[in-house]
Design a protein around this ligand. Structure first.
Ligand SMILES: [Zn+2]
Length: 499
């Protein structure tokens, strides 16, 4: 198979990084390049694809028009092209920070869009800019940030997180990037390549917003069998079938109850799985022989692109050996499987970081089968009462990931009440939560020092992984308050602590 190799990318801020910051630029003639910009970018493009990501909130505030911003972008790209430098794409957020748009930095929206369109690896990529948002952007897409002291750089240098890489100019930043470059594993592949391989019956690891999935054509029983083999997963645990669009639901579900329809409209694409009567085309292996199929539409742009291009529903259980901690970045998949998995698509760290919420419909009730990325309260607010399903029989596995022990580290884990004080012992690692708990250190991971449950959920598996690798004799984890996403985190902690 002839796949084009995956490359790192550099996401460059525009004003204050490549050109002088002269306020909201309306006139292309005011775009003045720093003297080392051309040399720096010529060096970088030998190794990486170059993108510009710029916040132009002056547009939302009426200080310039979108057209004026576009003209300045065009002139910048043209001038760079004359200097032999190729910019793959320019991404402009026209919104104000208070608008709550998804595209404003440090949200990694444009980076994931670039990753869906080009063969890049966020983990091996860089963001360069003169604002702390550029450094935070890199953290959120799983790459590395470089801060330059040009533009606003000198003014905000005190706000940088400790350990930030600071360069006087874009030229120095380029030299640092060249020195920090690492080789991308040979089985990292682009989205299109992943789709082709899935279509051909292979298994590849793909990003979703919940966790990384081991993806195969859900209609191809032998491809699905490979997933079970690679994961060492028992056949009585059903898989979730992923669709590119809600309108594809009729391909896999024989019947959609009105309540399911309402939930799909409210929460798709997103981390919600519906268990519905299946169509005959779904192999028994996918459903553990049940007459229902678990189905969802992911929101991650790379997942949707891969599924759409593959042209089939995609079964994608978490990309880890059965029962171990779920992977929330491409590196986790590579660390467990190496090149034993034929392809890994890097889509950055998972934004939700815990598996989807699973809901079923029978006996005129709506059942919560597994708490997940969408809180129970949010679902109940939309649809009315939701009953908690607890299996009465160990073989009664109605939904994926509901076995008593799951998501577990190798180190024995002990579950404590929220607010149990941390007693420091050299052989014990601690998982804590909130502003009243200790800050993160060698022995402690605070899932969210600000007490944000979404942040805690996203950090959970990474924390378990880090403490598991640190060689402690035990891990003590404190439950979160048992509501919202706290319920989801507590469910995963409970399964991880089950012997
Ligand atoms: Zn925006």
């Amino acid at each position: 198979m002839c796949a084009s190799p995956v490359k790192p990318a550099i996401f460059l801020d525009r004003d204050g990084t490549l050109i002088e910051d002269r306020g909201w630029l309306r006139n292309p003639a005011d775009a003045v390049f720093f003297k080392d910009t051309f040399d720096a970018l010529r060096t970088l493009q030998q190794q990486a694809l170059l993108f510009i990501v710029t916040n132009q909130s002056g547009i939302a505030r009426g200080l310039l028009t979108a057209e004026e911003a576009r003209q300045v972008n065009d002139v910048v790209v043209d001038r760079l092209r004359h200097e032999g430098i190729r910019i793959e794409a320019v991404y402009t957020c026209p919104h104000h920070r208070d608008d709550g748009c998804v595209c404003i930095k440090p949200n990694p929206f444009f980076v994931l869009q670039a990753a869906a369109e080009f063969n890049i690896s966020p983990e091996f990529s860089f963001a360069v800019g003169d604002h702390p948002h550029d450094v935070e952007l890199a953290r959120r897409f799983g790459g590395r940030g470089l801060y330059v002291l040009t533009g606003h750089g000198a003014r905000h240098v005190d706000e940088l997180p400790p350990g930030t890489c600071v360069a006087p100019t874009i030229g120095a930043a380029a030299a640092l990037i060249m020195g920090q470059r690492r080789d991308i594993p040979p089985n990292y592949i682009g989205a299109l390549e992943a789709a082709l391989r899935i279509r051909a019956g292979a298994v590849v690891a793909i990003p979703t917003e919940t966790v990384y999935g081991m993806a195969a054509n859900a209609l191809d029983a032998s491809a699905v069998q490979q997933v079970f083999t690679i994961k060492q997963r028992p056949a009585l645990d059903p898989l979730i079938v992923h669709l590119a669009d809600p309108s594809d639901l009729a391909r896999v579900a024989a019947y959609v109850p009105p309540a399911a329809q309402a939930l799909a409209e409210a929460f798709w694409p997103g981390p919600l799985t519906l268990v519905l009567p299946k169509k005959a085309c779904i192999p028994d292996l996918v459903t553990s022989g049940r007459d229902t199929v678990a189905v969802r539409v992911p929101v991650h742009p790379l997942a949707r692109k891969i599924i759409r291009e593959a042209g089939c529903p995609v079964a994608a259980p978490s990309a880890n050996r059965f029962g171990t901690i779920s992977p929330t970045c491409a590196r986790h998949v590579f660390e467990q499987f190496g090149e034993a998995v034929g392809g890994i698509v890097d889509g950055g760290p998972c934004a939700v970081g815990v598996e989807s919420t699973i809901v079923g419909f029978w006996d005129d009730q709506i059942w919560l089968l597994r708490p997940g990325g969408i809180p129970l309260e949010t679902i109940a607010a939309r649809i009315g009462p939701v009953a908690l399903y607890t299996s009465s029989h160990p073989d009664d596995i109605r939904a994926p990931g509901t076995m008593p022990r799951h998501y577990a580290p190798k180190t024995p884990m002990e579950l404590l009440d929220y607010n149990t004080p941390v007693v420091f012992q050299p052989d014990t690692g601690h998982i804590v939560f909130g502003p009243d708990a200790p800050q993160s250190s060698e022995h402690v991971t605070n899932l969210s020092p600000s007490g944000d449950m979404a942040e805690a959920a996203a950090a959970l598996y990474g924390a378990m992984r880090r403490l598991d690798a640190a060689g402690f004799k035990r891990i003590q984890a404190r439950r979160l308050p048992d509501h919202g996403l706290g319920r989801t985190v507590n469910d995963r902690l409970r399964r991880a602590a089950t012997p």
